[in-house]
Design a protein. Structure first.
Length: 341
């Protein structure tokens, strides 16, 4: 896949970790920080969330099994975790088996530090820091897809057939949606940033992975009876927290660790803790996929740098090449079957 992109960097933010705390909701942390630094407000009186926000981190979405039962890291444990992550994430040292050409380490920007809270996972609920179990029906669908894709790479349909022939990465390969852009937004390999714009009656979330802008009304209008790639979003203020509800996904949206189904009800919360810190929280509620809802928190740092173009488009050369290769393989397999080999 021939992408060209630039990654915006963020200045290092020196913040007292203790003030953020390690609570799930971060309410005590927010109060402690507010006593020191008052978050800015707009001319119409709402918290000013505008700017470019950086959410790269080596803290995983799910708690690693070797850290079962451990909610937070000490300063020494965090430093050790960061050192080990730097080695594990180095693409020059760890080239995937069978890789015939890909980005080297120069192009990656996963981050080098754990989240400010020093939590062992971005997931804060359930308390074990893990995505809940799939429902029996979702397990059957997953197993059916695995069987259909057995021995294949990217050319089998997904469980819903939503991007035929390109597999579960189809929206990404076709440059329609990016992994970390979601929604929800989750840290990934690069472009871990977004820009937020505000007016009194709308907010805009701009992701340059892959150049998507969610224009979200704040006027209480009902959801559209229409399915969209990134879902249909409506926003409201809950005190000083911006809350965004999103439903009616056209296809399973992409995440770092997998897919959300079209039935997902996604709730995102944005709370500005101070001039340089935005707390992003999202809750996934999808009873057709998981046995219970789950919630993650991603502390974001304000970036003084602009975002740069991620030059990806649906006419990417990889799409016809992938499909042409798949058709050629199918023809060879059919020829072998007919000849009895």
């Amino acid at each position: 896949m021939r992408h060209r992109f630039f990654v915006a960097s963020a200045v290092a933010v020196s913040i007292a970790i203790a003030s953020l705390g390690t609570s799930v909701a971060g309410q005590g942390a927010a109060s402690a920080r507010a006593a020191k630094t008052t978050a800015p407000r707009t001319s119409w009186g709402k918290p000013d969330l505008q700017g470019v926000w950086d959410f790269r981190t080596v803290t995983p979405l799910e708690r690693p099994k070797e850290l079962t039962g451990k909610e937070t890291l000490s300063a020494n444990e965090a430093a050790d975790f960061e050192s080990r992550a730097a080695v594990a994430n180095d693409r020059d040292r760890n080239v995937p088996a069978g890789n015939v050409g890909d980005y080297n380490q120069f192009w990656y920007d996963r981050g080098t530090q754990v989240a400010l809270t020093k939590r062992t996972s971005l997931i804060v609920d359930p308390p074990d820091g893990r995505i809940p179990a799939l429902t029996p029906e979702a397990e059957r669908q997953r197993d059916a897809v695995a069987q259909a894709r057995k021995g294949l790479d990217m050319d089998a349909p997904t469980r819903g057939g939503w991007v035929n022939d390109l597999g579960p990465g189809g929206l990404r390969v076709r440059c329609i949606l990016g992994f970390n852009a979601g929604p929800p937004m989750t840290p990934s390999a690069y472009n871990n940033n977004f820009q937020l714009f505000q007016t009194a009656d709308h907010v805009v979330i701009l992701n340059e992975m892959i150049h998507d802008a969610r224009i979200i009304p704040l006027d209480g209008r009902p959801h559209l009876n229409l399915r969209l790639w990134a879902g249909d979003s409506r926003a409201r203020w809950q005190g000083d927290t911006l809350v965004i509800d999103t439903v009616n996904f056209k296809a399973p949206t992409l995440m770092t660790t997998g897919e959300l189904s079209v039935n997902t009800h996604l709730t995102e919360k944005f709370t500005r803790l101070d001039a340089d810190t935005l707390l992003y929280e999202f809750t996934v509620d999808d009873p057709t996929t998981w046995t219970k809802p789950w919630t993650a928190q991603v502390p974001m740092a304000r970036s003084r740098e602009p975002m740069y173009e991620y030059a990806c488009h649906e006419g990417n050369y990889s799409v016809p090449n992938i499909l042409a290769g798949a058709r050629q393989r199918e023809a060879a397999e059919e020829g072998a079957r007919k000849s009895g080999r």
